[in-house]
Design a binder for this molecule. Structure first.
Ligand code: ATP
Length: 323
């Protein structure tokens, strides 16, 4: 392997820059050339590729977003699109790839490896923490901290007015951000896709609060909730009871931005180094991850279509502490 291509793909996540930096510098450390592919698979198809030096990734470890930009490409889902992309890689002499992204990006990479035999490793970069094969994905810690900060602020105003707040957090079909921001923010209830709390259960819980001396209630709702998002739930509760003064906050994309936490920077640095070292040792069609503080490489098949299960102990803790 002489030339490594690195790119970010799918949704952006804080810490992606730290991962790019780690990949570039590790490649150079092992005397390889490193190229940045702009806008994920879109830039690969268009041949938008730039050479990166150790200094070109200076001063980015603390920055959110991704200097390589990210995109979603329909064309890459076709064989013709992937052939175009591969020809551009060949033209630049790129003979190995590191992708930073989620399961969609990993799937695209899998097809490219299968069809053209190019060695490739995926680094999990998504705020959702929805990939099995790693305890944490890059960006999840920052996004959860952002959610907690927002919940704390909402609590101040909720308390002042005795209000019931529904706060919707991101996570796609995963409840990770919701569970942990809910525990850390002291939520009265946490609604996640993995565990079906019925609407009736929620009503029981809320009306129990009516009789207690609780001054305010914060309900954290994962965007993938099966019983409706924050707006829908608030509307349904309002229809059933006029006891509550209800407000809704959908945190949305602010969870995707901001300077990465120390945790995400270190995670991204470790995974970036491990991705390049793995590729140089012959790893391919794998995702690098961290399980129980150890670097692991897991095959495409062992990751895609598998759910990153929510830790049952976290759910138990959340319930005990919300009484
Ligand atoms: P996130 O979880 O943060 O959204 P992701 O990597 O899952 O990140 P996707 O939009 O699902 O984001 O995928 C990124 C890109 O990967 C897609 O735009 C597409 O170009 C490519 N891709 C996804 N699925 C496939 C597939 N089945 N075949 C080929 N390419 C794919």
């Amino acid at each position: 392997i002489k030339r490594i291509g690195v790119f970010t793909s799918g949704g952006d996540a804080p810490g992606m820059n730290a991962a790019i930096r780690a990949v570039v510098r590790t490649g150079i450390y092992y005397q390889k050339e490193v190229f940045g592919i702009m806008r994920g698979y879109e830039g690969m198809i268009e041949g938008d590729i730039v050479k990166l030096g150790a200094r070109s990734v200076g001063n980015i470890i603390q920055r959110g977003g991704t200097i390589l930009k990210t995109a979603r490409s329909k064309e890459f889902r076709t064989k013709e699109g992937r052939l175009k992309a591969y020809n551009n890689l060949k033209k630049e002499g790129i003979d190995a790839l590191v992708a930073i992204g989620g399961d969609g990006s990993f799937t695209g990479l899998h097809y490219l490896t299968e069809e053209f035999g190019i060695p490739a490793v995926c680094i999990p970069g998504t705020i959702d923490n929805d990939l099995t094969g790693t305890d944490y994905t890059i960006g999840y810690d920052t996004a959860t901290n952002t959610a907690v900060e927002a919940i704390d602020k909402i609590r101040d105003t909720a308390l002042s007015h005795n209000r019931l707040f529904f706060i919707e957090v991101m996570g796609r079909n995963s409840g990770y951000i919701a569970v942990n921001s809910g525990i850390a923010g002291g939520a009265a209830a946490i609604i996640i896709p993995e565990e079906t709390m019925s609407f009736e259960n929620l009503m029981t819980l809320l009306t129990a609060g009516e009789g207690s001396s609780k001054k305010s209630n914060l309900i954290v709702v994962a965007e993938g909730s099966k019983i409706g998002g924050a707006t829908e739930l608030a509307k349904k509760v309002a229809e059933r009871s006029d006891y509550f003064d209800i407000k809704v906050t959908v945190l949305g994309h602010l969870q995707r931005g901001g300077s990465p936490t120390y945790f995400d920077r270190v995670l991204a640095s470790k995974l970036g180094v491990a991705a390049v070292e793995g590729i140089l040792k012959g790893q391919t069609d794998v995702m690098v991850g961290i399980r129980n503080s150890k670097i692991v490489y897991n095959s495409f098949d062992s990751i895609i279509n598998h759910v990153h299960e929510i830790d049952q102990e976290s759910l138990r803790i959340a319930k005990i502490l919300s009484i």
